[in-house]
Write a protein of this length. Sequence first.
Length: 202
Amino acid sequence: MKAIPSCSIDMVLTDPPYGISFQSGARVVNKFGKIKNDNNLEWLDSFTNEIHRVAKDNTAHYVFCSWHHMDKFKQSLEKKFKVKNVLVWEKNNTGMGDLKGDFAPKHEMIIFLQKGRRLINGRRDPNIFKFNKTGNHLHPTQKPVDMIEYLITKFSDEGATIFDPFMGSGTTGVAAKNLNRKFIGIELDENYLKTAKTRIDE
């Protein structure tokens, strides 16, 4: 990220590690390993500082997070950005967890933030929306392309540069290219990086 020029990014849209040592509950044994650097949030403030540096003024951004540490994400991001809302993605089926001692999880949260003020494109939608899960065929926390496209279109225009510093299997890049946006992505895991490059090239 330090190689990216300051004030050059129109939108950061990313799904970072949640700091919960996530392990996929997929029925295929060892289909995915643990997500790298998901055992702490020591990187969070430096991440906030860097995405603020690279973001243009009067731009809108999205950071996915889990309820487990949403307070920490929000407090860090508020040091540099205006947190405007917390969006809720209602999934079409429930997750696992404590099957007999807890409610069944069916949502993820997205912190919506702005650097300055960016006006919405089109109508003003509710902050709870439904998109079907992907089945996580390429990544244990894979997001649906149509949902990412929706988020991009609400607060950016064609030709804008979309940045995902935790690219995973490249969903944000695919969505950006589908919508005639430029894209910059970073991914630490070489296997996911190869997957992302292939998807985006195709």
